[in-house]
Design a protein around this ligand. Structure first.
Ligand SMILES: NC(=O)c1ccc[n+]([C@@H]2O[C@H](COP(=O)([O-])OP(=O)(O)OC[C@H]3O[C@@H](n4cnc5c(N)ncnc54)[C@H](O)[C@@H]3O)[C@@H](O)[C@H]2O)c1
Length: 265
């Protein structure tokens, strides 16, 4: 198996892309700390991980809180002894035109998306560098490379995460830990709550623009995507699995698009 007896921490693992990554990793032999802000979702995904015969640690954490992330790291190390793979994937989006945005909401996006990744990387990188072995995978977005209106906090956070992945890749190399890789994945439109849920992008834009959800898809989103379809979370998980595997040992400091051809840079 590709991840035989590896230990992975996946944040935002309770549903969507994080759940798909947790299950893809467990299927390939990894034990998983299933970490998200929602304890019920964590328990459910932990059950699915165990169904593959792997160990799971469901852990409720708000990644924007450094104390909670440190406690999660301690609990994970106590349970599994080490962490080989960190998938920093938890993220939120709050759409608003900047001129009318709420400062607290704007900050919250940066706190969860950017500081969340900062706290997690800080908590887990040290052990990887010491063992000269590890994988850090950060979920950015095509919004890390392109923009659209009423999305500034998210775009800033996702651009920042690409900078974080590049910076950390250079730092671990400088520390001599050439066996540790750090990369970002940039998903395109993927069928999860953040896109298609009751408070998701399509619903929010439909409300803001006074159009039906079908019109939002047909007029705004579909024309952006060469393949004219939304991706499945499992397609993002396949890239995460590759980056976590030994096959990807030569890939570091990259931001890899999985987006049906929406962007090409
Ligand atoms: N779905 C898309 O189209 C898309 C595209 C590009 C990038 N992404 C990114 O993929 C990642 C996963 O999102 P998704 O699409 O699966 O959405 P989702 O809303 O289904 O899942 C988000 C996960 O993050 C968790 N979470 C939210 N706030 C948290 C916090 N403060 N602390 C810990 N956990 C928290 C949620 O409980 C959930 O498990 C996010 O970073 C998102 O920005 C998604």
């Amino acid at each position: 198996m590709k991840l035989d007896d590896r230990v992975a921490v996946v944040t935002g693992a309770g549903r969507g892309i994080g759940r798909a990554i947790s299950l893809a990793f467990a299927k390939e032999g990894a034990d998983i700390a299933v970490a998200s802000i929602d304890p019920e979702e964590n328990e459910a995904v932990a059950g699915e991980v165990r169904a593959f015969g792997r160990r799971a640690l469901p852990y409720q954490v708000d990644v924007s809180d450094s104390g909670q992330v440190q406690a999660m790291a301690a609990a994970t190390l106590e349970e599994f002894g080490r962490v080989d793979i960190l998938v920093s994937n938890a993220g939120i989006q709050r759409r608003a035109l900047l001129a009318f945005s709420d400062e607290e909401e704007w900050k919250r996006v940066i706190e969860v998306n950017v500081y969340g990744a900062y706290h997690c990387c800080k908590a887990f990188l040290g052990g990887m560098v010491e063992r000269n072995h590890g994988r850090v995978i950060i979920t950015s977005s095509i919004s890390g490379k392109m923009v659209n209106p009423a999305n500034s906090s998210y775009a800033v956070s996702k651009h920042g995460l690409i900078g974080l992945a590049r910076s950390l890749a250079s730092e671990v190399a400088m520390l001599g830990a050439k066996g540790v890789t750090v990369n970002a994945i940039c998903p395109g439109l993927t069928d999860t709550d953040i896109m298609t849920g009751p408070d998701g992008n399509i619903a929010k834009l439909s409300e803001m623009l006074g159009k039906t959800r079908e019109e939002i898809w047909d007029e705004i989103y579909r024309p952006l995507i060469l393949q004219e379809r939304m991706l499945k979370p499992e397609e993002i998980a396949a890239m995460a699995l590759y980056l976590a595997s030994d096959d990807a040992r030569g890939i570091t400091g990259q931001s890899i698009n999985v987006c049906g051809g929406t962007i090409m840079h």
